[in-house]
Design a protein around this ligand. Structure first.
Ligand code: ADP
Ligand code: 5GP
Length: 209
């Protein structure tokens, strides 16, 4: 029996340090209907990150094995490490009518659009270069070289923002969260995710004849 409701693909991209993880974590905590797609990466865990929760932390060899055996829906090299989306948990969640949130980079988002098709693609913008720099350094998880590399990569990523369906500016966190939440709520009401709603409603009239 098909799921009553189809799961939606919800992709959120942003230059590193914009506040995407902060926003995305909050959305997943608020909505039980939303599963976080746990990516695979060759990057080392940051303090507080747990294997299997924030990422699947893999060696380079294991990542290449996963990639080679078709376990990844998309993959990209970002800031010198490999990142990719394990395909099976996504398939299962969508088939069960659960929404899936992807925290991935712009290259990965373009690949997902090709492979998974319809979905909501959101780009989160930083308020300014200076504030992005402050947030990257203030997070205190990356070396000055890594911070500088991520800040330098930002304009190229921002140049891809026109490819996205929605823009959310993360200046004030509460306002940005309200915007992201509104996008998710509106997207869920699209008819394509509720294929059985009209037939079931109209059937009541047929049954009453
Ligand atoms: P990303 O996932 O985009 O790399 P994070 O969510 O890790 O970014 O946020 C980077 C830093 O900026 C964190 O220290 C976070 O607490 C902080 N931050 C996020 N959003 C805001 C905001 N609107 N105003 C001020 N600081 C923020
Ligand atoms: P971070 O190292 O800060 O956690 O992530 C660095 C970048 O890699 C972020 O832009 C993040 O969205 C992206 N990323 C995380 N997981 C994936 C993934 O599975 N695929 C792709 N393409 N990018 C990812």
């Amino acid at each position: 029996m098909p799921a009553k409701r189809l799961g939606l693909v919800f992709v959120v991209c942003a230059p590193s340090g914009t506040g995407k993880s902060t926003l995305v974590r909050r959305l997943c905590n608020e909505f039980d209907s939303l599963s976080f797609s746990v990516s695979a990466t060759t990057r080392a865990p940051r303090p507080g990150e747990a294997d299997g929760v924030d990422y699947h932390f893999l060696t380079r060899q294991t990542f290449l094995d996963w990639r080679g055996t078709g376990k990844l829906a998309e993959w990209a090299e970002v800031y010198g490490n490999f990142y990719g989306t394990p395909v099976e948990p996504v398939r299962q969640a969508l088939a069960a009518g659960r929404d899936v949130l992807f925290d991935i980079d712009v290259q990965g988002a373009a690949q997902l659009r090709q492979s998974l098709g319809a979905g909501a693609y959101v780009f989160v913008l930083p308020p300014s270069r200076a504030e992005l720099s402050r947030r990257l350094s203030g997070r205190g998880t990356d070396s000055p070289e890594v911070v500088a590399g991520r800040l330098a990569a930002a304009p190229k990523e921002i140049a891809d923002a026109p490819l996205f369906d929605y823009w959310v500016e993360n200046d004030d966190l509460e306002a940005a969260y309200a915007d992201l939440r509104a996008v998710y709520m509106a997207e869920r009401r699209r008819p394509r995710y509720h294929p059985q709603l009209l037939p079931e409603l109209l059937h009541q009239w047929e049954a009453a004849i």
